[in-house]
Write a protein that binds this ligand. Structure first.
Ligand SMILES: [Zn+2]
Length: 84
């Protein structure tokens, strides 16, 4: 008898093993405002490091943005290499 384990599909980019992992996700909206989300449930390839966000996670991000207040607001330094 074989034991069935919930297994994720291999990475479409490199064929590596994809693992469920909590990540820090960064996103910028249409106004250029930068958001950081911590402890985001994601899928990450153990080999190439590519990250995917499941549809359920994207819903959670939308909910957090529209229905909750941020934990904190930080300043973000911006550099431009064309101005040196
Ligand atoms: Zn990969």
């Amino acid at each position: 008898m074989t034991k069935k384990r919930p297994q994720l599909d291999p990475c479409p980019l490199c064929g590596g093993i994809i693992e469920a992992q909590m990540i820090t996700h960064e996103e910028r909206d249409a106004q250029g405002i930068f958001y950081i989300f911590e402890n985001v449930p994601a899928r990450r390839c153990a080999q190439c490091g590519e990250v995917w966000l499941p549809a359920k996670t994207i819903k959670l991000l939308d909910q957090a943005l529209t229905h909750t207040k941020p934990l904190k607001v930080i300043k973000t330094p911006v550099f431009d290499l064309a101005i040196q």
